[in-house]
Write a protein that binds this ligand. Sequence first.
Ligand SMILES: Nc1ncnc2c1ncn2[C@@H]1O[C@H](COP(=O)(O)OP(=O)(O)O)[C@@H](O)[C@H]1O
Ligand SMILES: [Mg+2]
Length: 171
Amino acid sequence: MARPSGRAGGKTRRVPEAAVDRLGRSADGYDRGMCPGRTECAQAVSARPEAPRAVRAHLRGWLTEMRWPGRAIDDIALAVSEAVTNVVEHAYRSVTVGGIVEVDCEAIGADRRQLRIWVRDRGRWRPRRLDPGFRGWGLEVIAALMLELRIQPREGGGTEVMMLTRPIPPI
Ligand SMILES: Nc1ncnc2c1ncn2[C@@H]1O[C@H](COP(=O)(O)OP(=O)(O)O)[C@@H](O)[C@H]1O
Ligand SMILES: [Mg+2]
């Protein structure tokens, strides 16, 4: 498979892997025992092509356990997947090893039926293409699915994407 053109040029950097051990998780996964029954869910995975799927699978498990409706889970999984894909594809485009994407979710509100989600990286922002061609829909998709979407640079480098879901009815 051809590699995205942006990856070919530029300097290669290494990103410290310290964040991976934050919750005792491995570079490629996460501790599945961390989230069930909790109102927060934290993941840190290697920013590799497998990352979006791994993050979606874990999120789905957590939300199913919290008895979120399937359609809401679909929307959240899609939005988070787009943000994680952006990290893999854009943020760490010049990094060959050690890029980490962190996904943190918190159920908020009196009945905990709304989620605040953060997708964070330590990569580099890529300016949006003037003419994205058939690309450039990921952030639009997220914005359409979420009540709020905020993208900001992180202190020390990288990007933070914050999403707020629509509240769902109480059980
Ligand atoms: N985490 C990120 N790090 C660096 N650049 C990003 C990140 N997320 C988005 N971008 C930039 O925003 C643009 C728009 O993202 P998106 O709407 O998902 O479209 P696409 O991924 O198809 O280019 C990307 O092309 C890239 O320039
Ligand atoms: Mg994208």
